[in-house]
Design a protein around this ligand. Structure first.
Ligand SMILES: [Fe+2]
Length: 225
């Protein structure tokens, strides 16, 4: 079934090599825009050309403050991860997602936002510091690649309203699970992660996003809410 206003999300199980994808997180760097030293971030952008997924040149991420209350209306530059060895696995994720989207393959850009949250005994990790939000894309998603067993919390919820009204979903997503979201219809959030263990625990996700290929990112306001 396609994602749309009537069917704004779907939870799926991933049939991919999670370890291979997670190995690509080994060089990920701290998010220079986030407070605290627990959030790591990278961004790769792909288009489908000549029958394959091609990496686009690095470009800053721009989100309107309408969508991102913490980091809106500013350009953010993130590193790219080297996904070459895991590209066949990533392509499977793209395919599973795009099957549920009303898009033409050649007309879209796929963003792969790699986000590592460190959860420490004395420093809880916030997977969504911006709170309940949407991201201004056509479609967004949360693919959980790794979630160490010592993590409590970090529960993902979906709402009809930004003010947490109309809860549609509220569950802990395990490794190998993903939520695909019609970003124009609903809002998402993941709660604080904590741990009783002394060793830092890791939660790695890919937020895979779909947007029109040639869209000027500063035009994100044009999406209706
Ligand atoms: Fe988000």
């Amino acid at each position: 079934m396609k994602l749309n206003k009537k069917n704004p999300f779907e939870k799926i199980k991933l049939d991919v090599n999670l370890d291979l994808i997670d190995q690509c997180f080994s060089n990920i760097k701290l998010d220079p825009y986030a407070k605290g030293k627990y959030r790591y971030r990278a961004l790769n952008r792909y288009i489908f050309k000549k029958g394959e997924w091609q990496l686009r040149t690095i470009a800053p991420l721009f989100q309107s403050s309408k969508y991102n209350s913490l980091w809106g209306d500013q350009e953010r530059k993130f590193m790219e991860l080297d996904f070459r060895m895991a590209m066949p696995e990533l392509a499977k994720l793209f395919e599973a997602f795009l099957l549920r989207c009303e898009v033409t393959l050649e007309e879209i850009e796929v963003g792969v936002h790699s986000i590592r949250t460190l959860v420490g005994y004395d420093k809880p990790g916030h997977p969504a510091p911006e709170g309940v939000h949407s991201d201004g894309y056509m479609y967004t998603s949360i693919f959980v690649i790794r979630r160490d067993l010592g993590i409590d919390g970090a529960k993902t919820s979906l709402f009809k309203g930004r003010d947490k009204t109309g809860c549609l979903f509220s569950e802990v997503l395990d490794p190998g699970e993903a939520l695909l979201i019609d970003d124009k219809s609903i809002f998402h959030y993941t709660s604080l992660g904590t741990t009783d263990l002394e060793k830092d625990q890791i939660r790695d996700i890919l937020a895979i996003t779909i947007s029109p290929k040639d869209e000027n990112p500063k035009m994100k306001d044009s999406f209706s809410k």
